[in-house]
Ligand binder design. Structure first.
Ligand code: SAM
Length: 294
């Protein structure tokens, strides 16, 4: 077995060999603790025939652990400077493909069709670049890529939002969107000391297991997400105020909105953060007819 990339000594050696300097703007905080990496991979519960999609391999610390644990790894890396380094560090693994692409612009579905079998068990496993954690997750969830789930490192504060329950200050439209598609679990809190360079914030690993079907039935998914975003647009405002000021022609339709809230037994003076996902679904389904009409 090769020497682990993720030790302080080996990482420094690789960085020096290539004269690599970290780009803060790309969220480059590399993992330097083999134990943390092994745990991340174990949370993914990969089988020998599984596949893994990684975002941001860096110098390959997590990638090599994935390559040892499953059949095939496909990784998206935006930073051109890392490509020759990865060719060197991962040269011994013939089951790794590095794609020089911005994952936010990539057609991940087509990439998966090209590299994985149709019914292959695949997980997204990544130490995400923190500046784009939410856009990456939302893109991969909205695109409904064919994976069993995600094991992803992120800022602890975002992890808290993903797993938040109604009534808490972390609960918002992101919690609802993520919980609509997946079951989130915060599986590990990670200290700053396991990164090089150390980030300014605490981190956590979250496992998101895709649901077979959403926990609520909605008439129109886009409209449901519009309603949840609108309800949280200004957290201190009441639900009614957010709906009337955020929805198209909301002010003119105020009486209709009030009647609908009354019919589904939701007090217009409540704040968005107190509504359960089921209540949001009821609200979106009841409002849909009056906002869908042109
Ligand atoms: N996986 C490595 C590790 O754990 O040591 C590096 C993780 S580092 C937090 C994030 C990585 O994502 C960096 O390699 C960075 O260049 C890459 N990255 C940043 N933005 C990206 C994007 N939009 N698409 C693909 N990779 C990106």
């Amino acid at each position: 077995m090769n020497r682990d990339i993720a030790t302080v000594g080996r990482t420094k050696e690789i960085l020096e060999k290539y004269g690599f300097s970290f780009k803060k703007s790309l969220g480059q905080n590399f993992l330097i603790d083999p134990n943390v990496l092994r745990k991340i991979v174990s949370f993914a519960e990969l089988k020998p025939g599984s596949g893994a999609v990684e975002i941001g391999p860096g110098i390959g610390a997590l990638t090599e652990n994935l390559a040892r644990a499953c059949e095939r790894v496909v990784a998206f890396e935006i930073d051109q400077r890392l490509l020759p380094i990865l060719e060197d560090t991962l040269g011994d693994y013939d089951n790794v493909t590095i794609l020089h692409q911005d994952v936010l612009k990539a057609d991940v579905r087509s990439v998966m069709t090209a590299y994985f079998e149709e019914d292959q068990d695949v997980m997204v496993v990544a130490n995400l670049p923190y500046y784009v954690t939410t856009p990456i997750l939302m893109k991969l969830l909205n695109d409904q890529i064919p994976v069993r789930g995600f094991v992803v490192m992120m800022q602890k504060e975002v992890a808290d939002r993903l797993a938040a329950e109604p009534g808490s200050k972390e609960y918002g439209s992101l919690s609802i969107a993520v919980q609509y598609y997946t079951k989130p679990e915060k599986v590990m809190i990670v200290p700053k000391s396991v990164f090089m360079p150390q980030p300014n914030v605490d981190s956590a690993v979250v496992r998101l297991t895709k649901r077979d079907k959403p926990p609520v039935e909605v008439a129109d998914e886009d409209f449901f997400f519009t309603i949840t975003k609108t309800a949280f647009a200004q957290r201190r405002k009441t639900l009614l105020n957010n709906l009337t000021s955020g929805l198209e022609n909301g002010k003119e339709k105020k009486e209709g909105i009030l009647a609908i809230l009354d019919s589904i037994h939701i007090d217009p003076g409540r704040r968005g953060e107190t509504l359960s996902i089921q209540e949001f679904a009821n609200l979106a389904n009841a409002l849909y007819p009056i906002f869908a009409e042109k």
